[in-house]
Write a protein that binds this ligand. Sequence first.
Ligand code: ARG
Length: 465
Amino acid sequence: MAAPMADDSSAKSPTASGLDRRALKYSASIAYDRRLYRDDIAGSIAHARMLGKQAIISTEDADSIVRGLEDIRREIESDTFPWREELEDVHLNIEVRLREKIGDAAARLHTARSRNDQVATDMRLFVMQACEDTVAGTRALQSALLQLAEANRDVVVPGYTHLQRAQPVLLAHHLLAYFEMLDRDVRRFTVARENADELPLGSGALAGVPYDIDRDFVAKELGFSRVSRNSIDAVSDRDFVIDFHAAAATIMMHLSRLCEDIIVWSSAEFGFLKLPPQFATGSSIMPQKRNPDIAELARGRTGRVYGNLIAILTTLKGLPLAYNRDLQEDKEPLFDTVDTLLPTLEVLAAMIPALQIDAAKSEEAAAGSYTLATDVADYLVRKGMPFRDAHQAVTKLVASAQDSGKGLHELTLADFRACSPLFEDDILSLDVRSSIAARDVPGGTAPNRVEAALAEARKRLEGQS
Ligand code: ARG
């Protein structure tokens, strides 16, 4: 066989690589999978303790393995570990180093184990941690959104549909929309963590192992709440990685939309907010510029995260059971997504509370462009007119106001009455504030509803941290 390292069963010892150097270089994953060292060592320690407890190896050997692995962890963390490219991956690097440190006992660690169930275990531990980190980062961003909303409780902005001014809303209401999206994202990552929370060790290469092992013990040691039910499934699927990517793609989509709002709103055309200088970049040629690069990069990197989701889906789709080396390709996209998502959450959480809101500008925009037309129609409905008729009447009113270059607030009672005799002088007190206050329904933008929503959101956030 030309490739002894590609199949654990034919590997005589971890170092016995008869591989062509180009094949070795092509197949090595050590450049990136060293990142799994903490999970790999934790898995090995739990496995060694179990082997000792079950008298599969002596307790002396088990103890010396555990001590050796802890020592190796210290070496890695103090950057003194001698990583060896020629050893293919993190598992072999650690095992070979262990042998150097504690001698022959090290060779007993791989009893009742294969790199197939080992790497699946590492990946599950890594994904569980990544989910926890993402939830924490998302909570911090929710808190930042809430902070901005609370600090600008009275600010009015135009609500948009089709990017056309539609109806006035409170800025806090708009921001709380993102809070809700992020809440669902937290749920997705919580589920992704639950899906990863299953111990593969004990599955061996694919069929289970011929030793009296204690899988529940290992699961408990590692913080898994259950053991996998099928050894073939345990070593061959990475759907829990997909779940992480899918949740990541969705949250990045939400963040990208938030960033799009920030980008558009900070333009001169909108002017509702100014980027704090510490989060805006200048131009090398135009001295007046304050560019929203952070938001643009977050929007741009969303594409990368989508790409990583597609990459893992595509890697898995044609694989026969059980383990195939293609599965090694699960790592880089995962790391890349983690390294994109967490810093995105972090930088946005820092930037958002510092956004400088121009309340006068946004309220002016909210009052312009006939955004109260719906309220005028609703007025007629309250006077008994069917909504469709009211809609038609107000369409005409708006058209004639537009013709004479007037805003709705500039119309006289006579102008209104020319449209319908149902109008009385209370129509003249309609403004953005009364329009907003009228939307007093659960989930609506009325100030009392938004106040309650802010308080509820704050409570939800604090209840979870
Ligand atoms: N580096 C490998 C991976 O990430 C480890 C498992 C190797 N197993 C094997 N049978 N070659 O998938």
